[in-house]
Structure formats: structure tokens, C-alpha cells
Design a protein. Structure first.
Length: 205
């Protein structure tokens, strides 16, 4: 990844994704989590303050050592046991049916093989388990989509392979998830091309 990707980008993401504007979205997506949770793209632990008391353990999947170190203050402030238990969402080191729920926040845009990652999430979720997600992706409006397609190559170079144009809901349903609830909207305070969000839960049958 080089110096920028390994050392600088995790700090940029920590600041950019840690803004007060997105805290209500983190609160919403974490609502209803229960039992054992696998969080892919754990990053610097920005979701940790929003875990409900019904969560009894979290397996954090995060490749960046810098991001994990940035999470330290949040980890020390929570009573939820959190273990860094994987480095790659495309190959999870867990047995089948290991978790009650999964959590993904602005992560599916960046994983190189997103289909493999979603297949892995389904594998480790128990039948009936839910994936809680908030992701940015392909906008609902064609005018915004045109800008996304123009800017996608630059976005990928600047933000560690992040895509603006991934069709989040289609990816989930193709992976075999059943959408349980869904809210599609433009994120307040963000340009539309980067803030076309999908927030909801998807059931693993």
C-alpha cells in the first residue's frame, strides 16, 4: 500500500468518518445488535461507543495496524469485549454459524472482492442472523451517477480503493441476503456523489 496507504490514510479516515454529522447514522445502524458480532472494516473503532448493551462480544476485522492503534482510547472506554480477530474480510478466520450479527459501516466500497467478503459474512452468521450496514454507493439519481462515474478513478486512488459506484443493495441480494429494512438517502453535509447512503439490515436465511 505504501506509506500513504499504511500510515496517512487511516488517520484521514479516522477524522473524516469520525465527524459529529455521522454519529446519528452509527447509532441507527448499531441499534438492535445482539450477542456475538463480527464487524468488518472495524477501522479506528468509531462504532464502539454505539454498541448496545445487548452485544456481548465483537470480533473486529481490520487490516490496518495504525487504525487499530487509533481505536485504543475507544476500546478502553467500553465494557464490550472487542478482539482483533481478522485482517481480511474476504477470508474470515471463523467457523460457520459463529455469530449472531454482523456490522459493516462504509466498508463494502473498499473491499477488492466484495462478493467474496459478503459470502464470508453469510458463512459465519448463524441462520437468521442479520448484517447491519450503512454504506455509500451508486446514487439513486442518474445525474449524480454520472458524476460518480467521472470521479470514481480519482476516489479509488485517493482513498485506498474506495468505489463510488457500487450498487450496495444489489450486491447484498446477489450474495443471498434478504433485505429486512432499508433507508436510501443523501447524507447531510456530504456532496451527493460521495454521500448516497444505504442503511438497513439484511437477513442471512
Amino acid at each position: 500500500m505504501g506509506l500513504y496507504g499504511e500510515r496517512i490514510l487511516p488517520r484521514i479516515v479516522d477524522v473524516a468518518c469520525g465527524s459529529k454529522n455521522v454519529e446519528p447514522l452509527r447509532s441507527r445502524v448499531c441499534e438492535g445488535l445482539t450477542g456475538g458480532v463480527v464487524e468488518i472494516g472495524f477501522g479506528s473503532g468509531l462504532n464502539v461507543p454505539f454498541y448496545p448493551p445487548t452485544v456481548n462480544r465483537v470480533a473486529a476485522v481490520e487490516p490496518s495496524d495504525v487504525a487499530w492503534r487509533l481505536a485504543d482510547k475507544r476500546l478502553r472506554a467500553t465494557t464490550v469485549p472487542v478482539e482483533r480477530a481478522g485482517l481480511d474480510g474476504q477470508s474470515l478466520p471463523f467457523a460457520e454459524d459463529s455469530f449472531d450479527a454482523a456490522l459493516s459501516c462504509w466498508t463494502l466500497c473498499t473491499i477488492p472482492d466484495v462478493a467474496a467478503a459478503l459470502g464470508e459474512v453469510r458463512r459465519v452468521l448463524r441462520p437468521g442472523g442479520k448484517l447491519h450496514f450503512v454504506e455509500h454507493g451508486l446514487a439513486p439519481d442518474e445525474r449524480v451517477r454520472r458524476w460518480q462515474r467521472r470521479l470514481d478513478p480519482l476516489e479509488k486512488r485517493l482513498f485506498g480503493g474506495c468505489h463510488l459506484t457500487r450498487p450496495i443493495v444489489d450486491l447484498l441480494t446477489t450474495a443471498g441476503f434478504v433485505i429486512a429494512d432499508l433507508d436510501v438517502f443523501y447524507e447531510k453535509g456530504a456532496p451527493k456523489f460521495a454521500g448516497a447512503d444505504s442503511l438497513g439490515t439484511a437477513l442471512s436465511p
